[in-house]
Write a protein that binds this ligand. Sequence first.
Ligand code: SF4
Length: 201
Amino acid sequence: MPPETAPELVRGIESCRLCAPDFARTATAHKPRPVVWFRPGARILIAGQAPGLRVHEAGRPFWDASGRRLREWLGMSEDEFYDLTRVAVVPMAFCFPGYDAKGGDLPPPPRCAATWHGQVTEALGEMPLLLPVGGHAHRWHLGAKGGVTETVAGWRSHAPRFFPLPHPSWRNTGWLKRNPWFAAELLPVLRARVREVLDEG
Ligand code: SF4
């Protein structure tokens, strides 16, 4: 996609309301608010799951405790992370999917990736570093068939272009304790690769 059409794509996603009827039926009964954070030319793609409530309210990706943990994993400052010329954040759904009746997170609506991801991928072009975060993104970007632990544990077969990551949510604090190899082995290599890609750009 030529660069001049990318702003149109961004505006098209920002005005998307395809999921409005579904979101109205959730416990949160919220309206769609797409959080669109990419520009052609970025070098690192963070492929997350979907905005949480705080991100929905702020309109800025990973603007929460998960984001602080993710930036620490990547060894990136807030300024670097939110530099659109270097980092793109493209989740499996651009909007907060809402909560179910028990207060659990609803999954990203599949129609979002089906509707938008092909065009976004074309707009961004080949990126030197892609970080699928969480099981939905592992399946979409890597064709992963197993669970999150198995996919992340197999990171060496995807590096240095892809690094599958678990979600940095506080809910995964137990997972991080049970899998100390993640901090000891994967993160140092990931941080070095992030620095290399940022320095090259
Ligand atoms: S989640 Fe995606 S498809 Fe659904 S309203 Fe938001 S931008 Fe549109």
